[in-house]
Design a protein around this ligand. Structure first.
Ligand code: THG
Length: 374
């Protein structure tokens, strides 16, 4: 079996040695950093995340720091979401678009100070983009990648574990997507109630990259009584829960409206942001772009997952791609995410997915998988 080798060109996370020691079996490359994607037993990892608590190295979700008198105005101009009410202690999920309204990243915006923001980014080169936009605007800001590395603690028992680590008051006072400064044994981090699952939990944005392995073992030791184990961003749970994987679920020219992020895009006020004009033209049907949709599909097929997108047809006509397919332990069936022409996005539409060795039937689902009534 072929492998991708480790080398100097790709960065290692501050938690890298710990993840190797914990048995990381596979890595991906994300923002030019290795990120673990498996410890070799997907069923056990899903079980841990949904019934106990798991520790994930997500340091590859790098930060782009924007600091200075014009920081807030620049962050708003970069973000499709209305950020007027953001303030220190608050984080917001905010899509970034280019001038054509194309989604180029979907970061969490963390307001550290009134004039200091972190874009906690998905996998694309946001640092270059922000520097270029700031330079062209003549903004009075510094833009750089700080020494900040998120470590996620996710699962129903994350709450109790975190209370043991930093005290119950701090945890009880922290609402969803709220954050505060914290430390454990002198290791500094920003504690945020966030994470790429719907199982509840926190992210510790470590602000001293020399202390990653120390922080990892402190959390592991304290979590032992809750049955903690290592995990990774979980493809099965996040598809069940409806969380977008930027770059994986859609084609590169998708807009945030096409991938279901309409709730995080502000078109109906006077806030200006990059891509707004193009998205308004799309919405009024003036852009000439043929609309597509990211839809949930139920798949009549085996418990397999894909390693690349599979072509989709309806009545023999190409309509898009099955981007991701997983077995859902909760629903006890195969489910997936399809990026299709809007005409093929109606619930109940029957599609054919061309896997390498067989054709699978995929039916557009009318409800989010994450809806317990589904
Ligand atoms: N944590 C951190 N950075 C990240 C991610 C993360 N950067 C990349 C990637 N993940 C960004 N993607 C998402 C997608 C969804 C959510 C968070 C990050 C999310 N969404 C909630 C929802 O859709 O229900 C809440 C959104 C809101 O209300 O603002 O949590 O995981 N540090």
């Amino acid at each position: 079996m072929s492998q991708i080798g480790f080398g100097s060109r790709i960065r290692k996370s501050p938690f890298f040695d710990s993840t190797i020691e914990a048995g990381a079996a596979a890595f991906t490359i994300y923002n030019r950093m290795y990120m673990p994607v498996s410890y070799g037993n997907p069923d056990a990892e899903y079980e841990l995340l949904t019934t106990a608590v798991a520790l994930w190295d997500v340091a590859a979700e790098r930060q782009v720091e924007i600091v200075g008198p014009d920081a807030k105005a620049l962050v708003q101009y970069l973000s499709a979401r209305n950020l007027e009410s953001i303030k220190p202690g608050v984080a917001r999920y905010a899509p970034l678009c280019d001038h054509n309204g194309v989604l180029i990243n979907d970061p969490i915006v963390v307001c550290v100070n009134p004039d200091r923001y972190w874009l906690s980014i998905a996998d694309s080169d946001v640092l270059l983009w922000v520097r270029a936009v700031a330079g062209e605007r003549g903004d009075n800001v510094d833009v750089f990648e700080p020494d900040v590395s998120p470590l996620a603690i996710q699962g129903p028992l994350a709450e109790q574990l975190m209370a043991d680590l930093v005290g119950p008051e701090m945890v009880a006072g922290l609402g969803f997507f709220k954050h505060c400064f914290a430390e454990i044994q002198g290791i500094p981090f920003v504690l945020c109630r966030s994470g790429w699952s719907k199982q509840g939990g926190f992210e510790l944005f470590l602000t001293d990259g020399t202390r990653g392995n120390e922080l990892w073992s402190i959390v592991m030791d304290a979590g032992e009584k809750y049955g903690i184990g290592p995990g990774t961003p979980n493809q099965q749970e996040r598809i069940e829960s409806g969380l977008l994987s930027y770059g994986s679920d859609h084609l590169r020219d998708a807009t945030p409206l096409e991938v279901g992020l309409g709730a995080f895009v502000s078109l109906d006020n006077d806030i200006d942001f990059i891509g707004k004009a193009a998205l308004l033209a799309d919405r009024s049907g003036q852009s000439g772009r043929r609309p597509r949709r990211l839809v949930n599909v139920d798949i009549n097929g085996p418990a397999i997952s894909n390693t690349h997108p599979w072509p989709l047809t309806r009545g023999g006509v190409p309509v898009g791609e099955l981007r991701n397919m997983v077995w859902s332990p909760r629903l006890q069936r195969s489910i997936g995410l399809a990026f299709v022409d809007a005409v093929a996005a109606e619930p109940g539409t029957v599609l054919s997915a061309q896997a390498e060795w067989q054709t699978l039937e995929a039916v557009v689902s009318g409800q989010p998988f994450g809806d317990p009534r589904a």
